[in-house]
Design a protein around this ligand. Sequence first.
Ligand code: GUN
Length: 280
Amino acid sequence: MANIIDGKKIAAEVRSEIAAECEALKAKGVTPGLAVIIVGEDPASKVYVKNKKKGCEEVGFHSEVYELPENTSEKELLELVHKLNGDDSIHGILVQLPLPKHLNDEIIIANIDPKKDVDAFHELNVGKIMIGNYDFLPCTPAGVMVLLEKSGIDVSGKECVVVGRSNIVGKPQAMLLLHANGTVTVCHSRTKDLAEVTRRADILVVAIGKADFITGDMVKEGAVVIDVGMNRKADGKLTGDVDFATVSQKASYITPVPGGVGPMTITMLLKNTLTAAKKC
Ligand code: GUN
């Protein structure tokens, strides 16, 4: 049976470090501030936004949540982004994705001041990550790296396989594993023999959004398996992209869902907001 990586515990440790740094910054007259914008009524996004606000309160940050109606125009949303770009009490701006179909994510993200882009989605920040000279790291992949580090798992020289190639997780995850000197393969929907590739992994990171997709027969004995998935089953229960029951029999380390990667994502958002506030 694999060791279970306790994301809640590791997130709590990192959050207490952030809270202490926030306290010190406040003593110098700066309160880290995060603005979160949500457009429309997507229920999952509403839960994420509520948790981001709660996370801010926990570590002593100032937070503002802007809940805009589904029919908000691009012009109205850009006006708000520009206002927040110029607001000295706000160090981080996050526009919750997905946006309603009539709004173009790329245009909106490109208008966030890169110094306040705590998601690290702006093309300037994406480019900086590529060359390894960055201020912010995208929250979920950065959280995965912290989980590995705090669990004593060295990436250097390891076969790392990332399943999924999204801009939010798969692609930046591959880059961060590469920066840590892993040998990285990225799999996706057109990969010919997925199981043959995943079985090579010493470290397997799965982010495809398909419930219980990776099964025990697709994993090497002793692999480290990180499950970024967050899927809701018909009975309402949360499950990851990894079939925990079979994979935990073969893995040396595994993250559970919930309680694995999830708690780290908001923690890294708080860390990025702190970094932005320190630079102001
Ligand atoms: N939607 C799902 N994950 C994320 C995230 O990390 N950032 C933003 N802005 N939207 C998301």
